[in-house]
Design a protein around this ligand. Structure first.
Ligand code: FES
Length: 107
């Protein structure tokens, strides 16, 4: 059993499929995605500037930032298209039947 701290973000049913959903909770501003029954969570603020990934355009597992059209893979946070250079922080999603729950990063 893991003793990592977790945070419940929302109900799975709150997150529309193939679109971003923004959750602000505690000190986190997060973009939640639902693709093919799986959930993915990243920071919402683009590493390149003021873009909000939850407002971006999702194609498969690639999110295009709405600000300068840089792209990231929502599974890994890796940059897939410039002008972004810095990967996004992603969060581990904990298996839960009803809610989107993440494991909080250890400080
Ligand atoms: S702010 Fe996201 S690509 Fe520039």
């Amino acid at each position: 059993m893991s003793d990592a701290a977790t945070l419940t973000l929302c109900k799975k049913s709150d997150v529309p499929e193939d679109e971003g959903f923004k959750v602000e909770k505690d000190d986190f501003s997060l973009a939640v995605f639902h693709v093919e029954g799986e959930f993915f969570v990243l920071d919402d603020l683009c590493t390149h500037g003021p873009g909000s990934l939850s407002q971006g355009f999702l194609e498969g597992h690639i999110i295009e930032c709405d600000f300068h059209a840089g792209c990231f893979d929502i599974r890994s946070g890796e940059v897939t298209a410039p002008p972004c250079m810095i990967p996004m922080r992603t969060f581990k999603v904990i298996d839960d039947p009803e809610n989107v729950v993440i494991e909080l990063p250890q400080e």
